[in-house]
Design a protein around this ligand. Structure first.
Ligand code: GDP
Length: 312
């Protein structure tokens, strides 16, 4: 098979080729899908040398300020930083609020940074898949730090935690009240909890850090490969950014990331397969399935009996 037209310029790190390749994987046209999958297969051996960091937190916690500060700090030290987003509101509205260039004014014009807003439209699963593929493309183009942002609402955190090496929860100094609001599920996903805006109330930030440390240790077994940690930063002043990066390096040293990625890939494959099997099964049978559902609701057959009847 001849090499994909975009492969060479992308591997050479050309931003236009990267942007076009991402547009290709985001396309829903069938002929584009085949071409995109060929490109991804060709580039697959180039992946794996980056660190993928997922970030979540409620709107206003300071995600874009933090990404801007961390991204510029890393770029100054020779890293190439890509910022992607999984934004569930883009699924609902067809527009995207995240990854907006005005939110990261310095990073968006930095030659060593690449910012791409959330793909819009389709299901959350579809948006997550396209972000996953965009990550592979960014890695092939030489970006060694990939930041994937999501808003702290619902399923998107699970998706982002499932596609990144390390998952970060950003919180505020008034975590005492906030802790109640942080869903246990999100605490269970996070490898680092970061109290942002520590400059606004240093005492409260200390307290929040201790509370988070205690909460995280309750959720982690002693035998775990990594014990999630709580840190504090001020994205606005840059204080704590270096400490954050040190924690990331420590995490990289202690956790077997290639094993993590392999199991993430397997889980993703299973998810795609489940989706495809369901689609293939349900195609053209909407009425039949609706009737079956009604029969089960009316108690004419048990759900188990009905499933056995549909799939002997
Ligand atoms: P996002 O919605 O999570 O992306 O939050 P933003 O990054 O847009 O930040 C929301 C507001 O908080 C902005 O006005 C920021 O300037 C401010 N902010 C972010 N980080 C800090 C911080 O560390 N200290 C202070 N004092 N303000 C901050």
């Amino acid at each position: 098979m001849s090499p994909h037209l975009l492969a060479a310029p992308l591997l050479a790190g050309q931003r236009r080729a990267l942007a076009r390749a991402i547009t290709l994987v985001e396309s829903t046209r069938p002929q584009d899908e085949a071409s995109a999958q060929e490109l991804l297969t060709e580039l697959a051996p180039q992946g794996g040398r980056s660190i993928r960091i997922g970030l979540t937190g409620v709107p206003g916690v300071g995600k874009s300020t933090f990404i801007e500060a961390l991204g510029l700090w890393l770029a100054e030290r020779g890293h190439r930083v890509a910022v992607l987003a999984v934004d569930p509101s883009s699924v609902r509205t067809g527009g995207s609020i995240m990854g907006d260039k005005t939110r990261m004014p310095g990073l968006s014009v930095h030659p060593q940074a690449f910012i791409r807003p959330s793909p819009s439209g389709g299901t959350l699963g579809g948006v997550a898949r396209r972000t996953r593929e965009a990550m592979t493309l960014c890695e092939a183009a030489g970006y060694d730090v990939i930041l994937v942002e999501t808003v702290g609402v619902g399923q998107s955190e699970t998706q982002v935690a499932g596609m990144t090496d390390l998952f970060v929860l950003l919180t505020l100094p008034n975590a005492g009240d906030e802790l109640q609001g942080i869903k246990r599920g999100i605490m269970e996903l996070c490898d680092l909890a970061v109290v942002n805006k520590a400059d606004t109330d240093p005492k409260a930030a200390n307290r929040a850090q201790s509370q988070l440390t205690a909460a995280l240790s309750l959720l982690t077994s002693h035998a775990a490969e990594w014990h999630p940690r709580a840190l504090q930063v001020s994205a606005l002043t840059g204080k704590g950014i270096e400490g954050f990066w040190e924690a990331v390096q420590q995490f990289r040293g202690e956790v077997d990331l290639s094993a993590r990625r392999r199991s993430q890939t397997a889980a993703w494959f299973d998810e795609l397969l489940r989706e495809a099997v369901w689609k293939a099964f349900a195609a053209g049978r909407a009425e039949e399935l609706a009737a079956a559902r009604e029969q089960v609701q009316a108690g004419q057959q048990t759900p188990v009996q009905m499933v056995r009847q549909l799939i002997p």
